[in-house]
Design a binder for this molecule. Structure first.
Ligand code: NAD
Length: 499
């Protein structure tokens, strides 16, 4: 079902929405082994949506055992590539057929504007699943230049049981970025959605089973990170842990791997991404529109949020004025209202943390030129205005730490060299964008920026054909999307023969 972005259609769909609240293990819904539940909340109003299974290590053991059985049986891992492709394409089309419902689940559960869930997250999710499926029977393996007596094949094999941990800011999309390539490569998966946002991933597992993915290949275990997440990542029978989330928890995963079975670990972490506006930037209206999206889209709860606007001093005042002109028209409100551009923060504690950064910015001497207030305090949700600080120094806390909220730091610079130095003066390196009329100059700066994705004269993370991941503390060992993601879910094997 696609969802019409009209109040009447959304209301009707909301009336029919159903929350799947149990774990999905070995092709079946199941409560947690302890019977415990926790409340999943609607961030728009602070009210409970449903009680969800609070899984425990015993449930992780059940899911890993099911995943291992399915992997060893070969029912999926050794299925003919063309057949695996067919099932995954059916899965993608079932997700597409239910896109409206899944979009609503994420809007209700993550506080994401429905317009973004419908227009961005769901098309990207379906496309990601279908793209990795399509790749399966188009990849050739290699022979090595050995001798006629020693024919040698270099083949790729699925890794085995892959544990996956995803965050709350793009619940269904981050799930697809992980399971798309991992399932396509023939692995079995045990996925833990963020505690706050379990519903879309559970629904995906149900649709995967309906599409014909064998029992045990895709399991979803809702629950707490320190319990379920840790149990997955410390499990001796999990071969890989693929993680998207904070650098803080990412570090823990490396420890879990070292202290267990040296499972492979892929980390997609946070950012403090620069938007660099050189003195010859073309079309300031376009720059301002992109900069607003980069900083405030998804309320700034975005790993690649362009939270530092590093701009040549000659353009700064005009650009800031245009930016304010744009964001003042963004409607803040209930995410299921199709006119809403800014929803609530995911939860009160996170909203308070973001407000804390705003206070710190003021104390540090940055100039608050727009926003800075909590909005709609009677709603039960925690809404924060798009907030712009001018005359920020890159040494200030608001320019160094990932805020994960709608707070933009404007940092004036005097030259390209200074812009690059400031942009790179961060522990992170996920994304960057830059604006210049001169493509030679832009290319030089793009090569100098230390980030996994650099966008020139636009704000973009590329698409499913391009790898996404970070330099420095933004990532470790892996990439989401593209053929590189596909390959990282497989092991290289050499088969050496003596004739
Ligand atoms: P988080 O690190 O708090 O949680 C991420 C996931 O880890 C959740 O499922 C959580 O339950 C789980 N977790 C928490 N503690 C754990 C533990 N001890 N062991 C195992 N798992 C545990 O992050 P978050 O607040 O959900 O998401 C925001 C962060 O994610 C930001 O830093 C953001 O930049 C990052 N992020 C990165 C990307 C990317 O592609 N690089 C994409 C989206 C979000």
């Amino acid at each position: 079902m696609s969802l019409k972005l009209e109040t009447k259609a959304i209301k009707a769909a909301l009336g029919k929405i159903k929350f799947r609240t149990q774990a999905f293990i070995n092709g079946k819904f199941t409560p947690s082994s302890s019977g415990k539940t926790y409340a999943a909340i609607n961030p728009a109003n602070g009210k409970k949506l449903a009680d969800v299974a609070a899984c425990e290590p015993a449930d992780v053991n059940r899911a890993v055992a099911a995943a291992r059985r399915s992997f060893e049986s070969g029912a999926w891992s050794r299925m003919k590539p063309a057949d695996r492709k067919k099932i995954l394409l059916k899965f993608a089309s079932l997700v597409e057929a239910n896109a409206g419902e899944i979009a609503l689940l994420d809007a209700l559960n993550a506080g994401k504007p429905i317009v973004d869930c419908v227009n961005i997250d769901m098309p990207d999710t379906v496309n990601c699943l279908a793209w990795h499926a399509e790749l399966i029977d188009k990849l050739y393996e290699r022979t090595a230049p050995t001798s006629i007596e020693n024919p040698t094949m270099i083949v790729r094999e699925p890794i085995g049981v892959v544990g996956m941990i995803v965050p709350w800011n793009f619940p269904v999309q981050m799930t697809a970025w992980k399971i798309g390539p991992a399932l396509a490569a023939g692995n079995s998966v045990v996925l833990k959605p963020a505690k706050q946002t379990p519903f879309s991933a559970i629904r995906l597992a149900e649709l995967a089973a309906e599409a014909g993915i064998p029992a045990g290949v895709f399991n979803v275990i809702p629950g707490f990170g320190s319990v379920v997440g840790q149990a997955i990542c410390r499990h001796m029978d999990v071969d890989m842990a693929a993680f998207t989330g904070s650098a803080e928890v990412g570090r823990e995963l490396l420890r879990y791997s070292a202290e267990s079975n040296l499972k492979r670990v892929i980390l997609e972490l946070g950012g403090k991404s620069p938007q660099v506006v050189l003195a010859d930037a073309p079309d300031l209206d376009l720059v301002a529109a992109n900069a607003a999206n980069a900083a405030f889209w998804n309320m700034g709860e975005n790993c690649s949020s362009g939270s530092r606007l590093i701009v040549h001093r000659s353009l700064k005042d005009a650009l800031v004025k245009k930016l304010i002109g744009i964001v003042k028209d963004w409607k803040t409100g209930d995410p299921v209202d199709p006119d809403t551009r800014m929803g609530p923060m995911i939860e009160k504690s996170h909203g308070e943390k973001v407000m804390g950064y705003i206070e710190t910015g003021k104390k540090e001497g940055a100039k608050l030129v727009y926003g800075g207030r909590r909005l709609l305090p009677d709603s039960g949700g925690f809404y924060i205005e798009a907030t712009i600080f001018d005359e920020v120094k890159n040494s200030m806390k608001i320019a160094r730490e990932e805020i994960f909220g709608p707070v933009l730091s404007v940092i004036p610079v005097k030259s390209d060299e200074e812009a690059v130095a400031v942009a790179n003066d961060t522990n992170y390196g996920l994304a960057a964008s830059l604006y210049s009329k001169d493509l030679s100059r832009a290319h030089r700066v793009a090569r100098a920026l230390r980030a996994g994705t650099v966008s020139v004269n636009c704000y973009s993370e590329g698409d499913v054909t391009t790898p996404f991941g970070g330099f420095k503390e933004s990532g470790f060992f892996g990439r989401d999307k593209s053929i590189y993601a596909h390959e990282q879910y497989s092991e290289l094997k050499t088969i050496w023969m003596q004739l």
